[in-house]
Design a protein around this ligand. Structure first.
Ligand code: C2E
Ligand code: MG
Ligand code: MG
Ligand code: MG
Length: 283
């Protein structure tokens, strides 16, 4: 009967929830040892100039090679690391390695492009963050102009003032900041006005159906136009098809990033890429 069925549903739900929690506990535990055992690696995804496909930047994206489970997505383990506070040592590791990689890419030769590092809000707002950034740059011998940081609007969680102050201090050091995933969450237009950022990255949720969704196309066009009036540079994330590339060029988007150009890849692979993407088919 209905009551019985309801109880079954409830049981299944409990069961599933229990499983998910158990999984998280196991992963949190494994995160502990992962740093010591060098199970993390930074991948890099090119960011290209929209009109010519020239590589103008690289975004560092962390990968966890779990000994038993294989590759685990940062979308899964970054939130767990945030819950436990492990994001602090992990974030420091990411900064240091990204700076070292950027210095190596620079030393290698012709490619002088900034490396963008994603910064968790917890890491960003913590005392000592600026000191961590500075020592990562110094130890790698990397010019600050070649490090950029990506933050999301959650840096505003306890008020805009501190975030504005921090971004200004970074700017004074020569480090530019991008607002990531714009358009999702609570994105307020006033953030674009108030935060001393350099760049806004439009979330790929608005990009994937830009050719068929009039409403998403309107939002994207609105963000681009407004950002330009505020002297911000615009990046569109998640370009997977040529049609999207062409659409965004028509809409005056400055930079593009997505699988259409290149997937995130190990440092040595990204270093071997040509300067323009996508590689023409008939070479
Ligand atoms: P994000 O910073 O917005 O990074 C972009 C994500 O979109 C990456 O996922 C990237 O692989 C993916 N992507 C790029 N182009 C395409 C495309 O054309 N199609 C599709 N479907 N996806 C595309 P990834 O590497 O799994 O990272 C997910 C999120 O995890 C990142 O979103 C960021 O919020 C977080 N994350 C990744 N690495 C780090 C890190 O080093 N530190 C911190 N704090 N967070 C990180
Ligand atoms: Mg990002
Ligand atoms: Mg993003
Ligand atoms: Mg994201």
């Amino acid at each position: 009967d209905a009551k019985q069925e309801g109880r079954n549903t409830w049981n299944w739900y409990q069961c599933d929830r229990h499983r998910v929690t158990e999984e998280a506990v196991l992963l949190r535990h494994d995160l502990h040892t992962a740093l010591q055992h060098e199970q993390f690696e930074l991948y890099y995804q090119p960011i290209v100039e929209a009109v010519n496909g020239r590589i103008r930047g690289l975004e560092a994206l962390i990968r966890w090679h779990h000994p038993e489970r294989g590759m685990i997505s940062p979308g899964v383990f970054i939130p767990l690391a945030e819950q436990t506070g492990q994001i602090i040592p992990l974030g420091r590791w990411i900064l240091r390695h990204a700076c070292q990689d950027a210095a190596a890419i620079l030393a290698e030769g012709e490619r002088v492009v900034p490396v963008a590092v994603n910064i968790s809000s917890l890491q960003f707002r913590r005392d000592g963050f600026l000191a961590d950034v500075k020592s990562a740059l110094d130890d790698a011998g990397l010019p600050p102009e070649l490090l950029q940081l990506e933050v999301t609007e959650s840096v505003l969680l306890d008020g805009a003032e501190r975030a504005i102050e921090l971004i200004n201090q970074l700017k004074a050091m020569g480090i530019l900041v991008a607002l990531d995933d714009f358009g999702t969450g609570f994105s307020s237009l006033s953030y674009l006005r108030d935060l001393p950022i350099h760049k806004v990255k439009i979330d790929r949720a608005f990009i994937h159906d830009i050719a068929t969704s009039r409403s998403n196309a309107a939002i994207v066009q609105g963000i681009i136009t407004m950002a330009h009036h505020l002297d911000l540079v615009v990046v569109a994330e998640g370009i997977e098809e040529q049609e999207q590339q062409q659409d965004l060029i028509r809409r005056n988007c400055d930079f593009l990033q997505g699988f259409y150009f290149a997937k995130p890849m190990p440092r040595d692979t990204v270093m071997a890429l040509p300067d323009w993407l996508p590689v023409p088919i008939a070479l």
